[in-house]
Structures are given as C-alpha cells and as structure tokens.
Design a protein around this ligand. Structure first.
Ligand code: UDP
Length: 404
C-alpha cells in the first residue's frame, strides 16, 4: 500500500475555507486526499498546530489522518512561519519515524515545499510539489512577494521530482517564469464534489436564503482581499445601474490588512450608495455554498491572478454562468461566450457589460447554464486522485532528481 505524507503547513484541511489563509488549498487538500484515501492510499496530512488544545491526530476517514505538529508559538502571522520551518520539519520527521514512514512526500504551497525538500533528502523519498500560488505570478498581477519566497520557490523547483499544476495555463505560466523543469510538470486538474455542486431549483435556493424571486442576483464568493477583486464586483454592480440587482458577497477578511479589507469594501458600498443592494455573508461551510450558487443569476470572479479558481468551477457545476477576469486557470475554466464571459482588463464597466448580457438574454443564460454544467462534469476529485496515484507509483520506481 502507498503511504503518502501530505504537507500543508500553514493551513489545515479541517479549517473552514473562505477567510484568512483558508481557501481553495484547504478544499483541495481535504477533497483530494480523501479521494486518495478512498482509493486505498494511506495518507497523513501534516499541519502546524496554530491554536492550543488541538488533538495531536484527527481521523478524517479511514486512510486519511490530520496530524497537528507543534512548531513555535500557536498564533503566528504568515510572514513569521519561515522561522518555524525547521522545528515543523523535525516534528514531521519524528512522527514519520514512529508511524512507519512514507513512500512519497507531497507539499502544498511553498512553505510546505521547503519542509518536503528536507524530508526528501533525509528519507530519500520522492518529493511532489503543488505550489497553488507562485511569487512571480503574484508579482505580475501587482501583488509582489518577498525575495526570499521567490528564492525558496526556485530552489524547490530544481529538486522536486514532480511539480503539479492544475491546467495548461498554469503550466505555461510556470515555464515562462521559472524555466523548463524538464518533464517534471504534471497537470492534475482539481475536481468538484458533484454530489453537492449540481444544478438545482433557483426558487428553492432563494427561499432558503430569504432572497426575492424577481430580482437579479450577482454572487461573489471568496476571501475578501484585493487579489480576489471584491471591490471590482461592487463597482461592477454600481456600473450595472440596476437598482433591483443584488450582490451577495460570501467570505471573510483575508490578506495582510486583515479585517480592514472587509471594512474597506463596506465603505466602498456606502460611498457608492449601494447598501440596499449588497448583502455580506460570513464564510459558509463548503457544501452549503451550492445553495448560494443556485440562487444566483451570475457568479463574478474578478481576481487579479488565479492558479485555478475553484469558485468558478463550483458555479459552473451548479449551472451558473461565470463572469471572470481573463487570468490563470480562469482561462481554462470559463469558455468565453459559451459558459460565461472572460473580461481581459477587469474594469468594472466591462464586468458590468458582461453581467448585463447574461441578465438581459435569458436564452443565452439558459444555454450557458447547460454548457457550464456539462463542462464542469469532467472535473472530479476521483479522477485527480487516480492521476496522482499513478504519479506516486511512477516516482517510487524512478531515480530521484538530484539537487543542484
Ligand atoms: N469557500 C467556502 N466557503 C466560503 C467561501 C469559500 O467553502 O464561505 C471555498 C470555495 O467553495 C472554494 C474555495 O473556498 O472551494 C476557494 O477557492 P478558490 O480556488 O476559488 O480561491 P482561493 O481561496 O484558492 O484563492
């Protein structure tokens, strides 16, 4: 049986996504690792204990445990996590020794990559890296990251035995910004849980959320931080110029400004006189979001950069057209004119025009809905897990990449 050590240092798959540092990566680790476990891979996800009183181990389901590693003070800002990487790695290694080891170590995000890199060399096992976001991609989108993150990512890239990306866009970006990792890139497209995220009754969803039946509803879901563009969603509502339209903003504050991000969006709403048209909703349990998607006429994803964009996929799986910025994985997920619209420059006017086209043309919206759900049906966590299993197997019979 394959045994895999999954590293998710800075955020736990047990945490509610949608605010702080918890988002797509938490969903990805939780769903993908559970699918691996269901396929017979023995997985342990290692995450840092970030508050007192956490149990040392949590059994999510047979074959998938989450282990909390004590490393440094519980409450640490993300920028300080570099200082505890060695302590965290020591903790993981000690646990692995007691637990019977692992055949592969799979890191999520660059901080975990630094940890997995050391584990690879200590245990002589293959190292798989999924970055989720990359410093150079963020910098291109106007969100510069510290130079040491960039250096660390470059180092991880030279020694990782496989680098998982979610789509060809992310692969192209990677090659352009980090060079050619010579046959080590693997496209593992994330999935969506179709048991929850499927087309459903709009009226029922609106009734459940206490939303009127006869007003257009726009939906933004995600962490409230500039990278995700909640301000663009609000400004697009303003540009839409329809006092009957509502915008739901589901998610909590994230990013270096913390709660200030949320306050700024609320201030913007007031400034634009939209307080009767915007409803803020705190982060929701993942599967409950399907009701929000079903209640919407259109989902707006105006991110500055996006390695994949699970929200766009979940909306499509629920048959909801998406208006997204033309960046990263959103280019793969949104088929322009077919399942939604891609807006190249993220200007609120252009986002509003795309939204208006969907609202004003019910036949187009209905056709997009069908095509979006069809398109999303090929993305499953089971398929992603099957590809990973094969990758893990191939790596364990291959020579390890030599560190340069
Ligand atoms: N999410 C959630 N509850 C919320 C808000 C978001 O479960 O209240 C989930 C959402 O369903 C999606 C993930 O968080 O699966 C966000 O992933 P995405 O790739 O869109 O953005 P990221 O957070 O990775 O930047």
């Amino acid at each position: 049986m394959q045994r895999v050590a999954v590293i998710s240092l800075h955020t736990s798959p047990l945490v509610q996504p949608g605010s702080g540092d918890s988002g797509g990566m938490n969903v990805y680790v939780r769903e993908l690792v559970s699918s691996l476990a269901q396929a017979g891979v023995e997985c342990v996800t290692y995450t840092r204990a970030d508050r007192p009183g956490l149990p040392p181990e949590v059994l999510i389901e047979p074959g998938h445990r989450v282990v909390h590693i004590e490393a440094g003070p519980h409450h640490l800002p993300k920028e300080a996590l570099c200082d505890v990487l060695d302590a965290f790695t020591d903790g993981v290694l000690a646990h692995l020794e007691r637990d019977g080891g692992a055949h592969v170590v799979h890191a999520n995000y660059w901080l975990s990559g630094v940890v997995a890199h050391r584990i690879k060399h200590v245990l002589d096992i293959p190292f798989v890296a999924t970055f989720h976001t990359l410093a150079r991609v963020k910098a291109e989108g106007g969100d510069p990251e510290p130079a040491w993150r960039d250096r660390a990512e470059a180092e991880i890239t030279t020694c990782a035995d496989a680098i998982c990306v979610s789509c060809t866009e992310e692969e192209n970006q990677f090659r352009r910004l980090y060079g050619d990792p010579e046959g080590r890139i693997e496209i593992i497209a994330p999935g969506v849980e179709h048991a929850f995220f499927a087309p459903g009754d709009r009226g029922g969803a609106r009734a459940a959320l206490d939303l009127p039946d006869d007003r257009p509803v726009l939906l933004f879901v995600g962490r409230i931080q500039p990278l995700k563009g909640p301000d663009v969603a609000v400004r697009a509502l303003y540009e839409l110029g329809r006092p009957d339209a509502l915008l739901l903003v589901v998610g909590g504050a994230s990013g270096s400004n913390g709660v200030r991000e949320h306050d700024e969006i609320r201030e913007l709403v007031d400034e634009l006189g939209l307080h009767d048209q915007v409803r803020f909703v705190p982060p929701q349990p993942h599967h409950i979001l399907s009701t929000y998607y079903r209640a919407a006429d259109v989902v707006v994803v105006p991110s500055r950069s996006e390695s994949f964009g699970l929200v766009a996929l979940e909306a499509a799986a629920c048959g909801i057209p998406v208006v997204a910025s033309a960046v990263g994985g959103l280019l793969t997920l949104v088929d322009h004119g077919e399942t939604g619209f891609l807006v190249p420059d993220r200007t609120p006017t252009h986002v509003a025009e795309a939204v208006a086209r969907i609202l004003d043309h019910p036949e187009l919206a209905a056709a997009m809905s069908v095509r979006a759900a069809e398109r999303a049906s090929s993305y499953t966590w089971g398929f992603a897990a099957a590809r990973l299993r094969r990758l893990y197997h191939d790596l364990t019979v291959d020579h390890l990449v030599v560190c340069t």
